[in-house]
Design a protein around this ligand. Structure first.
Ligand code: TYM
Length: 334
C-alpha cells in the first residue's frame, strides 16, 4: 500500500456526473493501491441543507451511489461524518490555530455567501477548517478531489503546518491533492463556464446518477451549443463544445484529442445524440445497481455503521494525541 487516502462528498443532493468523473470514479480505482477512507460529509452539508428529511434521504442515496460506483466496503472505510465525533472536536481545535485572513481568501465562501455576507452562517465560513479536520483526523497523506477543492486542500496543508508549529513538530503529515487533469472540471450543460454543481437551480444543468435514459437524452439534447461548424476544443471561445467533448472522452475512456479529431466534422446536434447514447450505456449499470441497493436500506445502514466503527478506531487515538499535545487535562480518579 502506498499510503492513506481520505476524501469526502456532501449529501446536499444525489451525485452528478461532475462528482462521478471528477472524483468518485477515481476513488474506486485508488482502492487497489491505497488504504482508503471515504466519508459522506453531512456536517458540511448542514451549512446549506436545513431539511432533515432531505439530509436523511440524500445521505443514504449518496451511500448507495458510492457503493454502485465501486467503493468496496471490505477494502475501504465508508462512513458518515457526524457518526464520528472526532471531526467536530478536531475542527474546533484547528479553528484556534487558523488566522481569519486565511479564511477570508477562500473563493468558495465568497461565491456561496454572495453579496449578503453578514447573513452567511459561521459554519459556512469555517467550512474549510472542518475539511482540514476530516483529513487530519486520519493523518491522511493524499486527497483525491476535483479542481474546485484545490484551494481548500492548500489551506488544509497550511492548517496542519500551523498546528505542528504551535504544538508538536511533524505531528500531522501535510496532505497532498490528487487531481486528475482530464476530468478535473466538468461544467454545467447550460453554461460551459460554470462548473456542474448540485447547488445550481436548474436540474437541466447536470446529469444526476439517478437520471433515467430519457432524462439523460433530453438533458444532452437541450444542452447549450454554439454556432461554429463541427466540434473543437477551445476553452475560451467554445466552452460548451469543449465541455461536451471532455465528457465524451471521459465516459469513453479515450484521449480527448483523439475524440476531438474524430468529431471535427460532426454537427453539434448529431454529436449530442452520440454523447447521450454513450452516457446512457455507461450510466445504466450504475443506475440499476443504485436502485437495487436503495431497495434495501438496512444493508446500506449496516455498511455505514461498520464503517463508522472502523473510522473511529483510527481517528480517536489521533484525537487523544492532539488533546495531549494541547495540554488538556485528563483527570483520573485515584
Ligand atoms: P462536493 O460534495 O462538492 O464534491 C465531491 C467531489 O466531486 C468533485 N466535483 C467535481 N469534479 C469535477 N467537476 C465538477 N463539476 C465537480 N463538482 C464536484 C469535488 O471536487 C469533490 O472532490 N468540500 C468537499 C467535501 C469534503 C472533502 C473533505 C473533500 C469535505 N471534507 C475532505 C476531501 C477531503 C466538497 O464540497 O465536495
Amino acid at each position: 500500500m502506498k499510503g492513506r487516502i481520505f476524501s469526502g462528498v456532501q449529501p446536499t443532493h444525489g451525485l452528478h456526473l461532475g462528482n462521478y468523473l471528477g472524483a468518485i470514479r477515481n476513488w474506486a480505482e485508488l482502492q487497489a493501491a491505497y488504504d482508503c477512507i471515504y466519508c459522506i460529509v453531512d456536517l458540511h452539508a448542514l451549512t446549506t441543507v436545513h431539511d432533515p428529511r432531505a439530509m436523511h434521504a440524500n445521505t443514504r442515496e449518496v451511500a448507495a451511489a458510492l457503493l454502485a460506483c465501486g467503493i468496496d466496503p471490505r477494502r475501504s472505510v465508508l462512513f458518515v461524518q457526524s457518526n464520528v465525533f472526532a471531526h467536530a472536536e478536531l475542527a474546533w481545535i484547528l479553528n484556534c490555530v487558523t488566522p481569519l485572513g486565511w479564511l477570508n481568501r477562500m473563493t468558495q465562501f465568497k461565491e456561496k455567501a454572495g453579496k449578503n455576507r453578514e447573513n452567511a452562517a459561521l459554519g459556512l465560513y469555517a467550512y474549510p477548517v472542518l475539511q482540514a479536520a476530516d483529513i487530519l483526523a486520519y493523518k491522511a497523506e493524499y486527497v483525491p478531489v476535483g479542481e474546485d477543492q484545490k484551494q481548500h486542500l492548500e489551506l488544509s496543508r497550511d492548517i496542519a503546518s500551523a498546528f505542528n508549529r504551535a504544538f508538536a513538530e511533524d505531528f500531522f503529515p501535510l496532505p497532498a491533492p490528487l487531481i486528475l487533469d482530464a476530468t478535473a472540471r466538468i461544467m454545467s450543460l447550460r453554461d460551459g463556464t460554470k462548473k456542474m454543481s448540485k447547488s445550481e437551480a436548474s436540474d437541466m444543468s447536470r446529469i444526476n446518477l439517478t437520471d433515467d435514459a430519457e432524462a439523460i437524452s433530453l438533458k444532452f439534447q437541450k444542452a447549450k451549443s454554439d454556432s461554429f461548424e463541427g466540434l473543437a476544443i477551445d476553452e475560451a471561445s467554445r466552452p460548451e463544445a469543449t465541455n461536451l467533448l471532455r465528457i465524451y472522452a471521459a465516459l469513453a475512456e479515450r484521449p480527448l484529442a483523439e475524440v476531438a479529431a474524430d468529431h471535427a466534422g460532426t454537427q453539434f446536434s448529431a454529436f449530442k445524440r452520440e454523447l447521450a447514447d454513450l452516457a446512457v450505456a455507461k450510466l445504466a449499470p450504475l443506475n440499476a445497481e443504485m436502485r437495487r441497493l436503495m431497495a434495501d436500506p438496512a444493508q446500506i445502514d449496516a455498511i455505514l455503521a461498520d464503517g463508522a466503527e472502523r473510522a473511529a478506531a483510527i481517528a480517536l487515538p489521533v484525537l487523544e494525541e492532539v488533546r495531549a499535545a494541547c495540554g488538556f487535562l485528563r483527570p483520573t480518579r485515584g
